[in-house]
Write a protein that binds this ligand. Structure first.
Ligand code: ATP
Length: 637
């Protein structure tokens, strides 16, 4: 059987469905109808200029609903190339047919913005009928084309009387549909025309009711014309951003930008400005940039114009070399878009480098605002890391400081892998070698990489287990006092389920330490067994313990109970060991426990808080000399 048709048969199309699909589902909002009209007007003006040397200056005039003489229609006029009868029936009535597509291959968007042949259909979002009246610059009779939302159209030639007032160009009328007419009112139209068309290279004039201004000779119809055009300040070259540019940035960001960076990508006809955010954006928030295509606003939420790392800028660009999607709300992913993205990224990076070389204080301020994002960036990008890393602020056991200050004072950088470890080690870190908290996101990764891009810098990750290795067992001669102190103090802390051990460590003015690290706890248990059972027996205990630990792995350690470690080097602790007053002893141990918790930034449980307030009250009463044996004055049991 022959399956090949003898002649190609066109698809059958349900026009009503296609019109509905294209007009209602491609675009994100009905307000884009005005953008599509502006774009067609602008393309028609370009076409006339290309073809006719004596073409007038391009202008579009928009009359919102209710302001035209004798009709409630919204009317859009341009003085472009116009349409002949043949062109109108071919181009307007054929969905997907565009006069511009073939030309697009040989030109850029300086010439035409449209290409898909569907833009006019967007008018069906606000009207059921589109009426196009046109006189072509190429000659021929003026025409009227009427398209309906049900997929039918009519076309006819206008007689002399009907077209007497029709100059070369095109006039599009939309009869407002009930319920969708809000977008055609004078105030909406003015806003939309300014939004989409203020930077177009042709005059965009919008009629407004002349209520405030009484009619004059130049406004005989009782309307006044408002020109929405503005100078595209964001796409002009600059060395230093002027006030006007920063004011535009403020309008876009809601706050005055931290700075503005010039963006120029000649290969894709792109110019613009990257505004540096003066605040840190919400984590994970979408980058949304504003893009104009040949001066016409494409979208305020283009999200793929910059590399992800450049989260701290918002750009406004005008381009002629990037292709929009059919909805004209994003750019098509292409090598041109990639090239533009990289070039904008490079401009932002250059700005950072320049700031670090010429205005380090400003760079420091910028880094303070965006520190988290910059840390994430520095983890992957050596060159950028080199520029920003010195000014990043880190938390150390001596407080917050910049990496630069830390390295200048202490040489090598010792950091913990977790916040928890930092909290345990910070209290015992010596002031000559403060410990750095590497537990926050990106930090330890960044510290580990520092030597790669900072000559002569040494970094080292420290663990609680290694650092607390010097928790020595007190001398054997003191064993009895130590064992007694441990037993008495453990008893005092039984309510909060914390055991007490006594060790010797530095600094001696640190009287207690809260130890929760399983590895350290394990080691403390082993050394304790070894001291209490000297000689051969101690070796056996140590060996058995090692085997047990190796077999049980982390499970055994996880079960280990947190301990309060008292410092035998501390005169206060020694004094407590000698103390016979059990009440003062109990309250002092309780306070040392809470103090150790707080020093390690540990949260206090309800039981801890009760203990704190009780021991404080008791010690205060004791120190002011109240008689505690009187039950009315307090229970010190
Ligand atoms: N104001 C106008 N003046 C002259 N020709 C016009 C005008 N409006 C539309 N046309 C013609 O009708 C064609 C179809 O217009 P339409 O807006 O549907 O699509 P387009 O502009 O070609 O492409 P896109 O869908 O990308 O906007 C255009 O290619 C153009 O030839």
């Amino acid at each position: 059987m022959n399956t090949v048709p003898e002649s190609a048969t066109p698809f059958q199309v349900d026009l009503r469905g296609v019109v509905d699909l294209l007009s209602r589902h491609i675009y994100s909002s009905p307000r884009v109808f005005l953008r599509e009209l502006l774009q067609n007007g602008r393309d028609a003006v370009s076409a006339r200029r290309r073809e006719f040397a004596d073409a007038p200056v391009g202008v579009v005039q928009i009359v919102p609903a209710g302001l035209a003489d004798g009709t409630n229609d919204f009317v859009f006029r341009d003085n472009g190339v116009g349409l002949t009868a043949t062109e109108a029936s071919e181009l307007l009535a054929t969905v997907g047919r565009s006069s511009k597509r073939d030309d697009m291959l040989s030109m850029n968007r300086d010439d035409y913005l449209g290409q898909f042949g569907i833009g006019l259909l967007s008018c069906f979002m606000v009207a059921d009928t589109i009426t196009v009246r046109s006189r072509s610059a190429r000659g021929g009779a003026p025409i009227e084309w009427k398209g309906n939302t049900n997929g039918t159209f009519t076309i006819r030639e206008l007689n002399d009387a009907e077209s007497a007032n029709l100059p070369i160009g095109t006039e599009i009328s939309l009869n407002p549909r009930d319920g969708d007419s809000d977008l055609l009112t004078p105030s909406s139209v003015l806003k939309l025309a300014a939004l989409y068309g203020r930077y177009l290279d042709l005059a965009v004039e919008v009629a407004q009711p002349a209520t405030e201004t009484p009619p004059t000779d130049s406004t005989p119809d009782g309307v006044r014309w408002v020109t929405v055009n503005e100078d595209p300040i964001f796409s002009k070259p600059f060395d230093k951003p002027g006030d006007e540019l920063l004011a535009l940035g403020e309008k876009l960001l809601g706050q005055r930008p931290f700075d503005a960076i010039e963006v120029v990508v000649p290969s894709t006809g792109t110019r613009g400005t990257a505004f540096v955010l003066p605040f840190s954006p919400r984590p994970g928030s979408r980058q949304s940039h504003r893009a104009y295509l040949g001066g016409m606003l494409l979208s305020e939420t283009v999200d793929d114009l910059l590399p992800d790392w450049a989260f701290f800028v918002r750009v406004v660009i005008d381009t002629t070399g990037l292709n929009p999607t059919a909805s004209r709300e994003q750019f098509i992913a292409s090598s041109e878009l990639e090239e533009t993205r990289e070039a904008i990224g490079a401009a932002v990076r250059r700005w950072i480098m320049l700031l670090s070389a010429t205005k380090p204080h400003l760079l420091q301020e910028f880094i303070q605002i965006h520190s988290l994002g910059l840390k994430s960036l520095a983890v992957h990008d050596d060159e950028l890391a080199e520029a920003v890393v010195n000014w990043l602020t880190i938390e150390t056991s001596l407080g917050h400081m910049t990496i630069n200050d830390y390295l200048n004072s202490y040489g090598s950088l010792r950091y913990t892998g977790t916040v928890d470890e930092f909290r345990q080690l910070a209290p015992i870190a010596s002031t000559d070698a403060p410990i750095v908290n590497g537990g926050y996101i990106y930090e330890s990764e960044l510290f580990a990489r520092l030597p790669q891009f900072m000559d002569g810098v040494h970094t080292e990750q420290v663990t609680v287990a290694d650092e607390l290795d010097n928790l020595d067992v007190p001398p054997l001669d003191d064993r009895d006092a130590v064992v007694a102190l441990e037993a008495k103090a453990t008893d005092v802390l039984s309510a909060v389920d914390c055991r007490v051990s006594v060790r010797s460590f530095h600094p001696s003015d640190l009287s207690s330490l809260y130890v929760a690290d399983p590895a350290v706890l394990r080691r403390m248990e082993r050394t304790k067994a070894a001291t209490i059972a000297p000689g051969l027996w101690s070796q056996v205990v140590t060996t058995v313990d090692t085997i047990f630990t190796a077999q049980a792995g982390e499970d055994a350690s996880a079960a280990a109970q947190a301990q309060l470690c008292l410092n035998w080097n501390s005169p206060l602790v020694r004094k407590l060991a000698e103390l016979s007053d059990s009440v003062v002893f109990a309250r002092s141990i309780q306070l040392l426990y809470v103090q150790a918790l707080l020093a390690g930034h540990r949260p206090l449980s309800a039981a801890d808080r009760v203990m704190l307030s009780q021991s404080m009250t008791d010690l205060i009463q004791l120190s002011v000399g109240l008689d505690w044996s009187d039950p009315a004055e307090g229970d010190f049991s």
